[in-house]
Design a protein around this ligand. Structure first.
Ligand code: NI
Length: 138
């Protein structure tokens, strides 16, 4: 159990009401919980961009499997990357389109590097990287 500190925050009424409105329906018991999540995410994202600490990246790629050698190119990049590929999932979305979800782990800068290469590969229609870190305990 962590010791809780209370602190006061001043902000414009319309900003606060916009915030309350935006977290409405997200399942938070109260405003403090939502603010705690924002602070944790801020700290994780700071860690993620530092480069030298270990982070986890989840990359999603949507592509047309008919593009010549694209699956091979993407697999080859993962084999050669300086990160650990923990898992990858391939879903055939429809007749031609595939979704690939790849979980990678490594230094923040390397995770960004390989994710950027995968996403920028010719033929990938849409790619996203979500980063997180296991090291923030609170
Ligand atoms: Ni497929």
């Amino acid at each position: 159990m962590h010791h809780l500190s209370r602190f006061g925050v001043s902000l414009e009424e319309d900003l606060l009401s916009a915030f309350d409105h935006s977290i409405d329906g997200l399942g938070y018991q109260n405003r403090s919980e939502a603010i705690r999540d924002l602070i944790r995410d801020h700290l994780i994202q700071k860690r993620v961009v530092q480069g030298d600490s270990e982070v986890i990246g989840v990359v999603t790629l949507v592509y047309d499997h008919r593009v010549h050698r694209l699956s091979d190119v993407l697999a080859d990049m993962q084999h050669k990357a300086e990160v650990t590929v923990n898992a990858s999932l391939h879903i055939h979305l429809d007749e031609h389109n595939c979704l690939e979800v790849i979980v990678i782990r490594g230094r923040g800068d390397k995770v960004h590097e390989i994710a950027g290469k995968l996403i920028a590969t010719k033929g990938v229609q849409n790619g996203k990287l979500v980063t997180t870190s296991p090291e923030l305990k609170h």
